[in-house]
Design a protein around this ligand. Structure first.
Ligand SMILES: [Zn+2]
Ligand SMILES: [Zn+2]
Ligand SMILES: [Zn+2]
Length: 286
């Protein structure tokens, strides 16, 4: 059975009137093995994209060798192949290369379509589900994001731990009567920043806001308010922060915050004065 321009392959294509493919059929007395027919992916010879032919092409004519749009492969004199279907970061290849990742993908979809007897769209969905679309860069970003999140959580846990320890220490102090509330020099467990260092103030501010929210979320109103007070005290625009807090924390927490705020301010001023005089002393020594 050969026609002019065709090749004999010992294969015949049959269409079965059922959704399940038999593993073999009988032709006379001979058993013949049946395999699903997987057609090659259809690549357009005009725009080089997959899924349509040049007769239905609505794309721009593109060189299959170098992906340029101002000539075809017949007049191409490019030294380096480039595939219009693949992004950068792959081994350079032409659009007709059988190792092209886009071709390999299309081929896999065609295989799913044939073996599972699915429409093309569903076969593509099956493929996409088993090949989540994450590039190396995205995976890397995800991995780093995850690490950062873990580091942030660990840092928070440490801060909360420190605050709880400080709280225990200060309540032990007050039990022995040696210190009163105003003498809680460590400001709820946090060392006060050097107000002359913008960086230190910024770090302190963020830490206190986070810690305050964390403690409030745990139901520890006293310490939560203490830390939020610290944040407000070092804030350049305390009114703005107070407005935000008023909208986000429960009213009784906000009331307590307003009550405690002057004390936090005094503590900060006292600490600044102490650091100032300490540094003057240092300067004198030098
Ligand atoms: Zn096309
Ligand atoms: Zn070209
Ligand atoms: Zn390619």
């Amino acid at each position: 059975m050969t026609k002019r321009g065709t090749v004999s392959t010992n294969n015949i294509i049959l269409t079965f009137d059922s959704t399940d493919l038999p593993s073999e059929i009988r032709v006379g007395y001979v058993k013949v093995r049946v395999r699903p027919f997987v057609p090659a992916p259809m690549r357009c010879f005009r725009c080089q994209r997959f899924g349509h032919t040049k007769d239905n092409c609505r794309g721009r004519p593109t060189c299959s060798k170098c992906a340029s749009q101002d000539h075809t492969d017949e007049t191409c004199d490019s030294e380096t192949p480039r595939c219009v279907n693949c992004g950068e970061g792959q081994t350079p290849h032409s659009a007709y290369d059988r190792s092209c990742p886009a071709y390999v993908k299309e081929k896999e979809i065609m295989t799913i379509k044939a073996t599972r007897n699915l429409p093309f769209k569903e076969a593509r969905e099956v493929y996409n589900q088993s090949h989540p679309k994450t590039s190396y860069a995205q995976k890397e970003a995800l991995r780093r994001g995850e690490e950062e999140r873990k580091a942030r959580e660990a840092r928070r846990a440490r801060l909360v731990q420190k605050a709880l320890e400080a709280k225990e220490a200060s309540s032990a102090d007050s039990a022995s009567g040696s210190r009163k509330q105003g003498a809680r020099a460590a400001a709820g467990g946090s060392a006060l920043p050097d107000l002359r260092s913008q960086e230190e103030v910024q770090t302190f501010f963020l830490q206190e806001v986070q810690l305050g929210e964390e403690l409030l979320a745990q139901g520890n109103m006293e310490d939560g308010v203490e830390h939020l007070c610290n944040a407000v005290a070092v804030c350049h625009q305390p009114q703005q922060l107070l407005q935000v807090l008023q909208q986000t924390v429960p009213p009784q927490v906000f009331q307590l915050l307003l009550q405690r705020l002057p004390l936090a301010g005094q503590r900060l001023a006292a600490s600044a004065a102490a650091k100032e005089s300490a540094s003057i002393t240092e300067d004198d020594v030098e």
